[in-house]
Design a protein around this ligand. Structure first.
Ligand code: AMP
Ligand code: GLY
Length: 445
């Protein structure tokens, strides 16, 4: 994947604010900081691990839109990059633009792509973007009748609104589907997000995540990644926010990316335009590579986590200038720069119990030794410092990443680092990157 990303070096130095506090935001801070035009990187709220790479503002919550705007103004920030979806859906980008601050991230209207699965599906179908066949239900009786009349399982039941990645249930049987409908619509397991559900066809294939930087008219593709969603090896156990990732994706070579651009990304940009939505930020396409071509599983309005931790280290050039050009609607002016061909593998280290109830406040050992390894970068998703000791402070705690000459080298180095780090109850997948090694070997046969 050469010449995928562009950068224009500006004479003007810019202060950048990253909004959020996870591994994705840490990776954004580290990647942005490398840009020659970047004077300083702030992160609100950030965490104690991110504080090594950015000026953090623990008092600024992502749900306090006024607070974020005020902080950006006070610090004289010239670009805001929003990590998570919730503040985008709530209209943070609109508020920043109203205040005259360039924001990399769509306004509330654009963020509806992720905020309402029913809206997103409707847009895809109207504009012939390939996706799973589906129906939307606002009545629990109708949803139930649909499941009862359905013969092909698995069937996928999705809460319409934001549910922190937990609103999707792949149902192997009719009973499971009936239960999923009842949990979402009657018991309101996901609150109002489940008042409407989308029930859709199950797609078979390998998944891939594609990020496109866009100003609504021009697209700049970032290298693709693959995410590991299940908690245990061999894709067993419940879904999580993501337990690991790698980039590039051997089963999505450059030629196949052309098809993704042509059949998915360009029609979606066109769809947004027709709807009157000015979309500036990342358009994230979660794809299933099916036998009949790539199909959309979901669109997100922001960077993936942990995909960002393996994608951005491969992107060369001044990211702040790329994001700023998108934020200001002049991405067409930007010329392509290169992507590092070396693969990156990232392993998420999680707290005991995650993704169910988990323990926190455990002292983390071995971080310095791991960070000293060549080609290794450790991103902090949820850490805090107490009495000088770094502790765990959430479910997903670290993403340990490594690059290498090939997937085998990157994977070996990442796990060498993982073995040096630990805390009570820590768990991680041990098979991240295996699939890539196999697929890369098959591709060269
Ligand atoms: P989503 O939040 O929509 O990305 O769904 C979470 C995960 O559920 C996806 O990454 C897939 O692994 C799985 N999934 C969602 N929709 C489908 C589908 N139509 N067919 C197969 N798997 C799906
Ligand atoms: N890792 C999947 C996501 O960020 O939605």
């Amino acid at each position: 994947m050469a010449r995928v990303v562009a950068a224009v070096l500006s004479e003007v130095r810019v202060k950048v604010l990253v909004v959020g506090s996870g591994g994705r935001e840490h990776a954004l801070c580290v990647a942005l900081k490398r840009g020659p035009s970047v004077e300083r990187v702030y992160c609100a709220p950030g965490n104690d691990g991110i504080a090594a790479d950015a000026t953090c503002a623990p008092e600024v919550s992502t749900s306090n839109l006024d607070g974020v705007v005020a902080y950006a103004k006070t610090m004289g920030v010239g670009l805001v990059v929003v990590g998570p979806e919730a503040p985008l859906v709530a209209g943070l980008a609109d508020r920043l633009r109203e205040a005259g601050i360039p924001c990399f991230g769509p306004g509330a209207e654009g963020a509806r792509l992720e905020g309402s699965k029913a809206y997103c599906k409707q847009l895809m179908v109207r504009h012939n973007v390939p996706t799973a066949a589906y129906r939307t239900f606002t009545s629990v009786d109708d949803a139930r009748a649909h499941v009862l009349a359905h013969d092909a399982f698995p069937l996928v039941v999705k809460a319409d609104g934001l549910a922190a990645g937990k609103g999707v249930v792949v149902c192997a049987t009719r009973d499971e589907a009936l239960r999923a409908v009842a949990e979402a619509m009657e018991q309101r397991r996901f609150g109002d997000a489940g008042a409407t559900v989308v029930i859709e066809e199950f797609l078979r294939g390998e998944e891939a995540s594609v990020h496109a930087v866009t100003d609504g008219s021009t697209l700049v593709l970032l290298p693709p990644a693959q995410d590991y969603k299940r908690v245990r090896d061999a894709d067993q156990g419940p879904n999580t926010g993501g337990m690991g990732a790698y980039s590039p994706v051997p089963s999505l070579p450059e030629k196949a990316m052309d098809a993704v651009v042509r059949s998915i990304l360009v029609p979606m940009l066109h769809a947004l335009k027709v709807e009157g939505v000015e979309y500036r930020g990342v358009l994230y396409a979660g794809l299933m590579l099916t036998r009949s071509g790539p199909k959309v599983v979901e669109f997100n309005c922001r960077f993936g986590d942990p995909e960002t931790q393996v994608v951005l280290p491969r992107v060369r050039g001044d990211l702040a200038q790329l994001f700023l050009a998108a934020a200001q609607g002049r991405l067409g002016e930007v010329e392509g720069v290169d992507v590092d061909p070396r693969p990156v593998v990232g392993v998420v280290m999680a707290s005991g119990g995650y993704p169910e109830a988990y323990t926190t406040g455990k002292a983390i050992n071995g971080l310095d030794a791991a960070s000293r390894l060549e080609d290794v970068t450790v991103y902090h998703a949820a850490t805090r410092r107490r009495d000088g000791v770094l502790q765990t402070a959430g479910g997903r705690v670290l993403t340990v990443t490594a690059s290498g000459a090939d997937f085998a080298a990157a994977r070996a180095r990442a796990y060498e680092a993982v073995r040096l780090v630990g805390w009570e109850g820590e768990h991680h997948r041990s098979d991240v990157g295996v699939r890539a090694i196999e697929a890369a070997a098959a591709a060269t046969k």
